[in-house]
Design a protein around this ligand. Structure first.
Ligand SMILES: [Zn+2]
Length: 48
């Protein structure tokens, strides 16, 4: 799980399992938070 927090006031906005990109407006300070998922390694390398 990832906790999504506002980049401006650090208010917790959401918790998500997985996302590619996310855009959430903070209800407290009104900042639009654009988030990009961390780059996951490809899952196809279990058996090289
Ligand atoms: Zn905020």
């Amino acid at each position: 799980m990832h906790d999504i927090r506002c980049g401006h006031c650090a208010r917790k906005l959401a918790s998500v399992n997985r996302f590619d990109t996310l855009q959430i407006k903070c209800p407290r300070c009104g900042t639009i938070n654009h988030l990009k998922a961390p780059s996951f390694p490809p899952a196809s390398r279990e058996h090289p």
